[in-house]
Design a protein around this ligand. Structure first.
Ligand SMILES: Cc1cc2nc3c(=O)[nH]c(=O)nc-3n(C[C@H](O)[C@H](O)[C@H](O)COP(=O)(O)O)c2cc1C
Length: 434
């Protein structure tokens, strides 16, 4: 017996920014990271292998949490620099026909009208293939770029995101599907009775509406969410259509998924209308020994560059990790940033955190030949129950794209685990097809 067919996505981490700039196989054009070249090639490879979506991560500041300075962030290119992902998205949709493109935008950095308008435009020009990764911000440096001293308190950010999406949804519905008439005989472009102001006056936002453009092919972008704290899970269970989830073992994946599905059912939603994709960083090679050796080398590189890891942990948590001793066992940490990630640090030494992959922590579960890894994914999905995986590898060169899209995925397809062809035109239809 094998798992039911599942979905595949790619977490394009480090946003629209540099990837494998100092690693072997990085290529000779690493200075072109400000151009869409590499992500366009990635999107094409993903589409030929039937992926659901490419998610462009983002944050909009040069961090300075670690050692109170931006030096380590700039020296190692940790979470910076990043260009605006909404500018990259149309290049990716223009280069593909079926792949979904998910853009990260923070509800504390946009006004709902501006966000709703941008997503509407992206959905139009992509013929219905846009998603929005709804984040709420985590680092005070980000808030300071937008005129505040610090981030709003963690749970309040989700309250604000509740209202934000309510306003955005109203705007996306402010033009009826048939409002655009284009009646040449009567000389009517659009029917005013089918376009309505929303007159929203809430706790955090005001907007009159209607949106300044007709309804888009999907009506609204596919809603994606990432935060795994209890408040984050509540938000996701009420609004998300796909969740990008970080969990370090099949058992933890299952617990996370079961919890969100139960919350969704309690909120009156069909749990199957939420596709939870788990972050994994497979290492695939022609034989198992080589793959294991490469995975070990990657781990050694991570521990040799502790500054890089510590700077990243500091940014996402808002806690300066330079103040801890490497062998200090961490107690409970208080964070106004990524609380779900920080909760997992308790009881570990800083060294252990540095040596593990901070996003997946999946050890060597997905290391081996394409056949090995496809088998491990199959078994994991059988244990978890669904809905798929999201590839993440911050420093991938083009070679990694080929290893996944032309090496691993054909093995998954052979086993009937992932799609060979797209059935529908829009992102949401393909995502919800199974
Ligand atoms: C896997 C993953 C990816 C995330 N990607 C982003 C991102 O691209 N940009 C961002 O601002 N926040 C990102 N976040 C942060 C979350 O969206 C959320 O705001 C944060 O984790 C706090 O939520 P939590 O405390 O509920 O985990 C990510 C979180 C996780 C776990």
């Amino acid at each position: 017996m094998s798992a039911d067919p599942f979905h595949l996505g790619w977490f394009y981490s480090k946003g629209f920014g540099p990837k494998a700039w100092k690693h072997p196989w990085a290529g000779s054009d690493v200075d072109r990271f400000t151009k869409p070249d590499v992500p366009v090639e990635l999107a094409r490879a993903m589409e030929r292998s039937g992926f659901d979506y490419l998610m462009i991560e983002d944050s909009s500041n040069v961090p300075y949490t670690y050692q109170g300075s931006h030096d380590a962030y700039l020296k190692h290119s940790v979470d910076t620099p990043k260009l605006d992902p909404s500018i990259l998205a149309p290049f990716l949709t223009a280069a593909t026909k079926h792949l979904g493109i998910v853009v990260t935008c923070s509800t504390t950095e946009y006004h709902p009208f501006m966000l709703a308008r941008m997503m509407n435009a992206l959905d139009h020009v992509s013929d219905g293939r846009i998603g929005w990764n709804v984040v709420t911000g985590s680092n005070d440096g980000g808030a300071q770029n937008y005129g505040r001293d610090k981030q709003f308190p963690h749970d309040q950010r989700y309250d604000m995101a509740d209202e934000f999406i309510d306003v955005a949804n109203k705007l996306w519905k402010s033009w009826d599907e048939d409002a655009l008439v284009l009646d040449l005989e009567e000389g009517v472009f659009a029917d005013g009775s089918k376009v309505r102001p929303i007159n929203h006056e809430g706790d955090f936002f005001r907007s009159r509406g209607p949106l300044s453009a007709p309804r888009s092919p999907q009506g609204s972008p596919v809603i994606c969410q990432a935060g795994g704290s209890p408040r984050g899970r509540k938000w996701a269970s009420e609004h998300a259509e796909t969740i990008i989830a970080s969990a370090s073992s099949p058992q933890k994946m299952k617990e996370y998924r079961d919890d969100v599905r139960a919350r969704a059912a309690a909120a009156g939603r069909d749990p199957d209308s939420i596709k939870m994709l788990f972050l994994v960083s497979p290492v695939v090679d022609e034989d198992r020994e080589t793959a294991v050796m490469r995975a070990k080398r990657q781990g050694a590189e991570m521990s040799a560059n502790a500054d890089f890891q510590l700077a990243a942990l500091s940014r996402s948590s808002g806690i300066d990790f330079s103040k801890f001793d490497m062998d200090e066992v961490l107690g409970e940490l208080v964070s106004n940033g990524h609380q779900s990630s920080v909760a997992g640090y308790t009881g570990k030494t800083v060294r252990q955190l540095v040596e593990s992959n901070p996003l997946t922590g999946d050890g060597d579960l997905f290391v081996g030949t394409a056949d090995d890894v496809a088998g491990a994914m199959d078994e994991t999905m059988q244990e978890v129950g669904g809905d798929g995986f999201l590839i993440v590898n911050s420093y991938f060169p083009r070679r990694y794209v080929t290893e996944i899209c032309d090496g691993l995925v054909p093995e998954l397809q052979k086993r009937g685990l992932t799609r060979k062809k797209y059935e529908f035109d829009t992102f949401r239809e393909n995502l919800m097809a199974y």
